[in-house]
Design a protein around this ligand. Structure first.
Ligand code: PMP
Length: 305
C-alpha cells in the first residue's frame, strides 16, 4: 500500500503517496487512540461522487468528540480534502480513508500535550469480499470474541483501537474457512460483523440489532430508509439472538466497504435457501442505483468531487 504513485492529503497539503510517513513514536501507533472513516466514491453519469460525505464527516468529528480529541481542521476543510483526494488521484470510483491521529511529542498515556494530525487517502477498491460474495452470499461464523462492552470502549466512535477486536474476530473466522465473523455482545445477543452491521429478514419484515454496542452504520441507515420508503417494509430494531439468525429467511451485512453482502450460512446452517434472498437482492439493487446516481430522488446523498 505504501509504495505507489498518487497523493495523500496530510495536514492541509497534498503530499506524494510515498512521502506520507510519520515517526515510529507516533502516539496512536502505540496506543490506538485515533479515529477514522471509511467512505466510498462511485462513478455516476454526472462524474465521480462521494456517497453521504456529510454523514461520514459528521461521524468522524463525533468520534473525535467522544474520544476527547481536538480536531485541527473544521468539517468544511475535511470535506474538501476528501473531494480533493479522489480528484487528485484521478479516481473514477474508490475508497477513502480519512483518519485523525496523535503526534509523537510524548509517550505515556496522557494525550494532553499531543498534536492531532489528519490524513485523507483514497484508492481504487472493488467489492470488499469479492464479486461472488455480492451475488451468492458468504459463509459466516459466530465469533468466540465478544463485541466490546459499552463501558470498556466507546462503540459509537469509529476508533482505531476498537479494531483490534474486529481483526481478532475476522482472523479467527478466516482461519476456520469462513469469510466473516458475527460478533455477539457481552450478553450473547447479535451485535455486528467485524466491519459491518447485520440485518435479518423473516416473514417479510426486516430486523436489525439496536445500536447499543454496534457502530452507527451509514449503510445501515441507508438500507433502513430504502426498505421503509422504497419497499414499504417494516423495519424493527431489537435485540436478536443467534438462533433467530439461523431461522431467518434471509440475512445480510451492510457497510461502506461490504456494501450489501448476503449471508448464506451462519455456523454451518443455511439461511433460507442458502443463497442470496429476493428481498436482499432488491435492497442491493436499490442501494447500487442510489450510490451510482441512478436514482435522482437520492441525488442529495451524492457530492461530486
Ligand atoms: N460496524 C463496524 C464495526 C464497522 O467497522 C463498519 C464500517 N465502517 C460498520 C459497522 C458499517 O458502517 P458504515 O455503513 O458506516 O460503513
Amino acid at each position: 500500500m505504501a509504495d505507489r504513485d498518487g497523493v495523500i492529503w496530510y495536514d492541509g497539503k497534498m503530499v506524494n503517496w510515498r512521502d506520507a510517513t510519520t515517526h515510529v513514536l507516533t502516539h496512536t501507533l502505540h496506543y490506538g487512540m485515533g479515529v477514522f472513516e471509511g467512505v466510498r466514491a462511485y462513478k455516476t453519469d454526472k462524474g465521480t461522487a462521494i456517497f453521504r460525505l456529510k454523514e461520514h464527516t459528521d461521524r468522524l468529528f463525533r468520534s473525535a468528540h467522544i474520544l476527547g480529541m481536538k480536531m485541527p481542521f473544521d468539517k468544511q476543510a475535511i470535506s474538501e480534502a476528501q473531494r480533493a483526494a479522489v480528484r487528485e488521484n484521478n479516481l473514477e470510483s474508490g475508497y477513502l480513508r480519512p483518519m485523525a491521529f496523535y503526534g509523537a511529542e510524548a509517550m505515556g498515556i496522557s494525550a494532553k500535550t499531543l498534536s492531532t494530525h489528519v490524513i485523507v487517502a483514497a484508492w481504487s477498491w472493488g467489492a470488499y469480499m469479492g464479486e461472488e460474495a455480492i451475488t451468492k452470499g458468504i459463509r459466516v461464523k459466530t465469533s468466540s470474541f465478544s463485541r466490546h462492552h459499552v463501558n470498556i470502549t466507546m462503540c459509537k466512535a469509529k476508533a482505531n483501537g476498537n479494531y483490534m477486536n474486529s481483526i481478532l474476530a475476522h482472523q479467527e473466522a478466516a482461519q476456520d474457512g469462513y469469510q466473516e465473523a458475527l460478533l455477539l455482545d457481552v450478553d450473547g445477543f447479535v451485535a455486528e460483523g467485524s466491519g459491518e452491521n447485520v440485518f435479518i429478514i423473516r416473514n417479510g419484515k426486516l430486523y436489525t440489532p439496536d445500536l447499543t454496542s454496534a457502530l452507527e452504520g451509514i449503510t445501515r441507515d441507508t438500507i433502513i430508509h430504502l426498505a421503509k420508503v422504497e419497499l414499504g417494509l417494516e423495519v424493527i430494531e431489537k435485540r436478536i439472538t443467534r438462533d433467530e439468525v439461523y431461522s431467518a429467511d434471509e440475512a445480510f451485512f451492510t457497510g461502506t466497504a461490504a456494501e450489501v453482502t448476503p449471508i448464506r450460512e451462519l455456523d454451518n446452517r443455511a439461511i433460507g435457501e442458502g443463497t442470496r434472498g429476493p428481498i436482499t437482492e432488491k435492497l442491493q439493487s436499490l442501494y447500487f442505483d442510489v450510490v451510482k446516481g441512478k436514482n435522482p430522488k437520492y441525488a442529495h446523498w451524492l457530492t461530486l468531487v
